[in-house]
Each structure stands twice: as structure tokens, then as C-alpha cells.
Design a protein around this ligand. Structure first.
Ligand code: KIV
Ligand code: ZN
Length: 568
């Protein structure tokens, strides 16, 4: 754990519920505001943390209840296989989540098998199963190896009348019976009053007090339909906190775009657990994103978690690959642009002092700073990027490359690495032959034949041809290209296809990342209307983009000495 704060697990919390006669949170868990302010990077800001959080009893740390594999899997269009869920569960456990809600065991055989498999793994996180307040659901959780049970039952008039067709008394009885049933099996039991934010406050408190009496170990306050805003959610959580003695959890949906803000407001009001999902996946507009919540808690509040923040990006990418829901470029923390800079003034500032335009350093969340060249980029950025690539150019040369970059940017182009390398090579006077020059590409595909491709190319000056099959025309063509290039060990690590105009004649962009036998990664890019050809060209450009920083540095030195010899 990162801040050296004492962290509680579900058992500790359960024990607290049982033992805390006074019914107040353990004083050791409540940090003083000054300590939070010290740890926080808003201290010393226009409004210091000390002022911002005055009067609040912020905890030193909170528990992270991850529901990526349950609420996250409820994202419309997402279906994970049991194997995918298993792999993701292991990754989330490694990430450091305290409670891992792996699914809804009553829903399918596959879900139940997943819980049995996970129970054999001995994860650090509690493995939680979701259940409605009824015995068959509860048994599905209890009988399949979960060691934490999450019961939910709606309490708003709307849900009780139209969905459940239950009276208040029936809801109260079902909630109490279910919690008692779980507790009689000796497991921790979290209770969620579904649609809490639209529930009558008097009844809501009655429900939470009743389940607390039945032994609930955590009271979760869901904003099921995402209707709340931070001020209102803060007051709601505070009122529940004051009416009960059991630890409080918060669960926010993002329909108004404030799920993370509501979650933070819940912590301000005394919640000791946050329910979150990776990449903010979840029903409709999603849940509060784990990564945003954890980073905001740490950086702005000085509130710790057990999350290993440096793994956030890799876990986010794993979740995105499995769910095929990719966070937008401007997504906080894990977005491609989170630490990317392009505009001249910003690049200049960041190069002078990273914190000038970064809230915290990218490495803390597994990211890297990137300078993206475009029409707003200035000379300092171009010179810096070129020097990172091994091209130590003069100011005059950097100015000329900058002018070209701006020209391409004005034409609406995104400048790719290999294009910059081309510009630099020209500027410095380096002449390199392309490793691979594509010749004829022939593809056959259809609904009843195996997609096959043959590729002819000049590879290091020799003409070569190769044939390959694949699962589709793109796969076949890329296999044939790997064969013809002689780089059979090169692995295609990433393949991204984006349509930049609509219709079946759309112009598309293909970006690939290739990893060679030594583990070096190179990217390639192409644009065109034919997806297969754009893919082949992107792959070839990646294969040609083979020069390391050291290769470039040597080539520059060689070009300089050649030029000196000629002028003698
Ligand atoms: O949003 C919600 O109410 C839920 C409950 C199951 C906690 O996801
Ligand atoms: Zn939810």
C-alpha cells in the first residue's frame, strides 16, 4: 500500500460492525485534514486542501470494490467469456482491488463455474457474487465459492410499485431475511438499496437500519439511474452515515457525467468504500471509473487505496481489448491523450518543467509523456522529438522541419513518426534504402474459400514472393507480408482500423504496432480506401520504420563526416 496508511479488508469491516458498540468509525481510520492536505497536490493551490476540506472527516484510505466484471459487464453490447472474466479477475486482483464482484452467479452455469474457478485461486481480493434478495440467488452465491455476498433490493416507490410489485413491508422483510441468511453462513454481506437516490429518505433509513440490525457488514448507496449531483449525493450519504453505524459504500452511475464527482462527494460524506469499474464501464453511460476515482482520491484528497496505480494503464488496456470498448483518447488517466502535448506553448512549458502542463507524472499510472506534432507545434517540440529519435539537428534544420510539419498539419494531416524520420533524413542528408518495397499484392477471398494472399516485394534489394492464408483477407495479406519480409518472428501487437469518412467507400486509417524478435516495437501507418491494401501498407511502413535512436545517431554522424569530406 502506497501511503503507509492502515487499510481495512472486508473482515475488519465486518468485525467493526460487530464490535463497534459506540457505532462510530474507528478513529485510526480518519485522517486529519492537515495530513490529507500535505499528501495532496492541491495543497498550496489557490484554494488549499486545508481550506477545501475544512470540517470534513476524510479517511486515510478507502476500500475499492471493483464491479467491472458485474456492472461493467452489463455495458450494452459487452459479453465476456468465462475465460476472459477469469483472466481479468486475476489482473484486477493483481491491481489491488479489495473486493472483486465477479458476476451474478444465479444468471448462468458459466457464471457459477467462474466463481468455483476463482475460489480455487486464493485471490487476495474478496470474491463477491451479486444476488437478489431471494434464496435461490443467495444459494447460487453461497454454493459456488464466493466469500463475499452483495444483495440488492430496490427501495424507491417507482421500483417497488412497478417493477417488484412489493409493499414497503415486503421489501423490508425480504431485505432482513436475506441478510440474516447470508450472515448465518458466516460471510460478509453488503446490502444495496437499489435506486437509493430516488427513495423516500425516511424509508431508506428504515431499510438501512433494518439490514444493519440483521448483520449487514457494508451499506451501499447506489445512484442507480445516475440522477444525483455531488451536493445532493453528499447530503444523502451523510444522512445515512449519521443514521447507522456500519461502514458505507458508494456506487454512482454517470448519466449526468458526474459519477466520479459523486463518488468523491460520498467519500467526503464519510463513505469508506467506493464501487467502481475499470474504464467507467457499466449500464448506460457507465459507472464511476476506478482509475479516475483512485487518482483523484490520492492526488486531490490524500486518501489512499490498495491500488497499484502504475498498473492502471495496462489493466485498462486489457479490459478494453476484452470488452472491445476502448476509452476515448481524452479519457482521464488512461486515455491516449492524457499525457500528450501538441500546442507549442504547452510543449515548451512541459519541456521546461513537466508539471507546468501535467497534473502529475505519467509514470505513476503507467503512462508515458508524448509530444504529438501538428500545425500548432513549435520549433522547440520538433527539435526535442527529433533529438529523442537520435537526430541532433541544427536550429535551422529544426525550423525547416517545423515549417513542413505545420504545412502538413494545415492540410489536416496527423504527422506520423516515419514521416518525421523521412523529413529529418532529408534534412540531414541521410540516404537509406527502404528495407521492403511492396510490389504486387493479390488476395482471394469469399464465402466458401480460405482467404489467401500472395505478396511480391523487393526486400533489401532482392525480389521475393510469398503466399499465405488467414482467417480473413487482412490476416492472409499480413501473414504473406511477414513471410516475404523474412521477419517471421515479428509479431503484430496492435492493429487499429479507423474509418475517417462514412459509407462503404470510406477512407480508412490503419495503425499497426509490430514487435521484433528483440522485443523492440515499431509502428506503421497507412491511409486509403481499400482496407486490405491500407493494412498491408501500414505493416510495410512499420517494417521499414526499423531504425533505433542509436542507428539514427550513427547515420547523422556519418552524414556529417561525409559532408565534411566533400567540402574539403
Ligand atoms: O446501480 C445499481 O443500483 C446496482 C446495484 C446492483 C448496486 O448496480
Ligand atoms: Zn450499478
Amino acid at each position: 500500500m502506497e501511503t503507509g496508511n492502515e487499510q481495512k479488508n472486508g473482515d475488519t469491516i465486518m468485525k467493526e460492525n460487530e464490535e463497534s458498540a459506540a457505532g462510530v468509525a474507528d478513529a485510526a481510520d480518519v485522517g486529519d485534514v492537515a495530513a490529507a492536505a500535505m499528501a495532496s497536490n492541491i495543497a498550496g493551490a489557490a484554494v488549499s486542501a486545508q481550506t477545501a476540506f475544512e470540517g470534513l472527516q476524510l479517511p486515510k484510505s478507502v476500500l475499492v470494490f471493483d464491479t467491472t466484471l458485474r456492472d461493467g459487464e452489463q455495458t450494452p453490447g459487452v459479453n465476456l467469456t468465462a475465460d476472459q472474466k477469469f483472466e481479468l479477475a486475476l489482473a484486477l486482483d493483481d491491481l489491488g482491488v479489495d473486493v472483486l464482484e465477479a458476476g451474478f452467479p444465479a444468471s448462468s452455469d458459466g457464471e457459477r463455474e467462474l466463481f468455483r474457478r476463482l475460489s480455487r485461486e486464493g485471490l487476495n481480493a474478496k470474491v463477491c457474487g451479486l444476488s437478489r434478495a431471494c434464496k435461490p440467488d443467495l444459494d447460487a452465491v453461497l454454493d459456488n465459492g464466493a466469500n463475499y455476498v452483495h444483495i440488492f433490493l430496490a427501495t424507491s416507490e417507482l421500483h417497488m410499485k412497478h417493477k417488484l410489485k412489493m409493499t414497503r413491508q415486503q421489501v423490508l422483510d425480504a431485505a432482513v431475511d436475506s441478510v440474516e441468511y447470508v450472515r448465518s453462513h458466516g460471510l460478509p454481506c453488503e446490502f444495496s438499496a437499489e435506486d437509493a437516490t430516488r427513495t423516500d429518505m425516511g424509508f431508506l433509513k428504515q431499510v438501512y437500519c433494518a439490514v444493519e440490525g440483521a448483520g449487514a457488514t457494508m451499506l451501499n448507496v447506489p445512484d442507480t439511474v445516475g440522477v444525483s449531483v455531488p451536493r445532493a449525493y453528499y447530503l444523502l450519504v451523510k444522512e445515512i452515515k449519521e443514521a447507522t453505524r456500519t461502514p458505507i459504500s458508494v456506487h454512482a452511475h454517470n448519466d449526468l457525467g458526474v459519477a466520479v464527482a459523486n463518488t468523491l462527494a460520498g467519500v467526503e460524506a464519510g463513505a469508506s468504500q467506493v464501487q467502481v469499474t475499470m474504464n467507467g464501464l457499466g449500464e448506460r453511460s457507465g459507472n464511476a471509473a476506478l482509475e479516475d476515482t483512485v487518482v483523484a482520491l490520492a492526488n486531490a484528497y490524500g486518501v489512499g487505496t490498495n491500488i497499484k496505480k502504475e498498473h492502471l494503464l495496462s489493466v485498462s488496456q486489457m479490459v478494453a481489448r476484452a470488452t472491445r470498448v476502448h476509452p476515448p483518447r481524452n479519457k482521464p488517466v488512461v486515455g491516449e491523450n492524457s499525457f500528450a502535448h501538441s500546442a507549442g506553448i504547452h510543449v515548451h512549458g512541459v519541456l521546461a518543467h513537466a508539471l507546468a502542463y501535467e497534473p502529475y507524472s505519467p509514470e505513476t499510472v503507467g503512462q508515458k509523456r508524448r509530444i504529438i506534432l501538428g500545425k500548432l507545434t513549435g520549433f522547440a517540440a520538433v527539435k526535442n522529438v527529433l533529438s529523442q529519435m537520435g537526430f541532433d539537428v541544427t536550429d535551422e534544420q529544426a525550423k525547416q522541419v517545423t515549417a513542413k510539419v505545420k504545412e502538413m498539419g494545415d492540410a489536416g494531416r496527423r504527422i506520423q513518426d516515419f514521416e518525421l524520420v523521412g523529413l529529418a533524413e532529408k534534412m540531414v542528408g541521410i540516404q537509406r534504402k527502404a528495407h521492403i518495397a511492396l510490389g504486387q499484392v493479390l488476395i482471394t477471398t469469399g464465402n466458401s474459400i480460405m482467404p489467401t494472399a500472395s505478396v511480391k516485394a523487393v526486400v533489401d534489394g532482392k525480389e521475393r514472393t510469398a503466399c499465405a492464408t488467414g482467417v480473413g483477407p487482412v490476416d492472409a495479406a499480413l501473414n504473406a507480408l511477414s513471410e516475404v519480409s523474412g521477419e517471421r518472428s515479428a509479431k503484430l501487437k496492435e492493429y487499429k482500423l479507423e474509418a475517417i469518412s462514412g459509407g462503404s467507400d470510406a477512407v480508412c486509417e490503419v495503425t499497426v504496432t509490430i514487435e521484433d524478435a528483440e522485443g523492440r516495437r515499431r509502428s506503421g501507418f497507412a491511409i486509403g480506401q481499400d482496407i486490405v491494401m491500407a493494412s498491408v501498407e501500414a505493416m510495410a511502413s512499420g517494417m521499414n520504420n526499423r531504425y533505433s535512436h542509436e542507428d539514427n545517431r550513427k547515420a547523422v554522424a556519418m552524414a556529417k563526416s561525409n559532408a565534411a569530406r566533400v567540402s574539403e
